[in-house]
Write a protein that binds this ligand. Structure first.
Ligand SMILES: Nc1ncnc2c1ncn2[C@@H]1O[C@H](COP(=O)(O)OP(=O)(O)O)[C@@H](O)[C@H]1O
Ligand SMILES: [Mg+2]
Length: 246
């Protein structure tokens, strides 16, 4: 690990979900360090807290206690708006279920994070801004659509730019999701079981793509149940019962 310069550092990260009268202790004090450029697999049985951890690391949720430093910055001290900006500009998220918007084309799904960015990290429904090149002034030379097409080309799907998610195979949907994660040029890519809904051959294609992103210098944290997938990472972390195993 590149320990000089951790991209991720958590201290006693704790998450409790309130379920009616009962509390679910999903994370019980996780200390995690991941260096810049690392490719890390995260394994653990179902319910061990992997997705909760990924949501906190992705700034999609906030911890009950503990600290999270992203590139040295204390995420807990940020306002909701600043946190949204960090999420938008520094992090790409890839989900098991792809999470594409069904009514948008592949191109518009990929362009969406750039439109959120142009809107100041607040987000909107996006669609009305797409046709006006709203982000081009903010981002310099290329419009969001041009950058989205470049990202789709990067994952080998330029010829599917006009397709909606239902018109794509599972592997193609996940490649669109990877293009969406990539389009903002994030430092950190978080992938929660990205091959979990794919057959092994399609999953292999996705893993090759992720390995290329790592080779380009990005930091990658990947949750998987699959030992063969985990073996492609540089090292593996294990969780059990809301804790990181030593
Ligand atoms: N939104 C939620 N509300 C309540 N409990 C949750 C929620 N998300 C996860 N949990 C609980 O937290 C624990 C960890 O879940 P999760 O992080 O999804 O584990 P994993 O991804 O390793 O399967 C489980 O006991 C799960 O039931
Ligand atoms: Mg999970």
């Amino acid at each position: 690990m590149n320990d000089q310069n951790p991209v991720i550092e958590t201290q006693n990260l704790t998450k409790t979900y309130r379920m009616g009268a009962a509390d679910v202790l999903a994370l019980r004090g996780v200390d995690m360090r991941i260096g810049a450029g690392d490719f890390v697999a995260l394994m653990g049985s179902s319910g061990s807290g992997k997705s909760t951890m990924m949501h906190l690391l992705g700034c999609l949720d906030t911890p009950t206690a503990g600290r999270y430093l992203l590139e040295g910055r204390d995420v807990g001290s940020l306002s909701a708006q600043e946190r949204a900006r960090v999420r938008n500009q520094r992090i790409g998220f890839i989900f098991q279920t792809f999470n594409l918007l069904p009514r948008l084309t592949a191109l518009d799904n990929v362009a969406l994070p750039l439109l959120y960015r142009a809107a100041g990290g607040q987000g909107d429904n996006g669609t009305s801004r797409l046709d006006h090149g709203a982000g081009s002034r903010a981002t310099g030379k290329q419009s969001p659509r041009e950058r989205a097409l470049a990202a789709l080309t990067r994952v080998g799907l330029a010829d599917r730019a006009g397709h909606r998610p239902t018109q794509l195979s599972g592997g193609q949907r996940q490649r669109v999701a990877i293009a969406r994660a990539l389009v903002g040029d994030p430092a950190l890519i978080l992938a929660d079981e990205p091959t979990g809904n794919l057959d092994s051959s399609t999953g292999g294609d996705i893993m090759r793509l992720l390995a290329e992103l790592h080779a380009e210098g990005r930091t990658l944290l990947l949750v998987t149940h699959d030992r063969a997938v985990a073996e492609q990472a540089e090292y593996t972390l294990h969780m059990r019962d809301g804790r990181l195993l030593p």
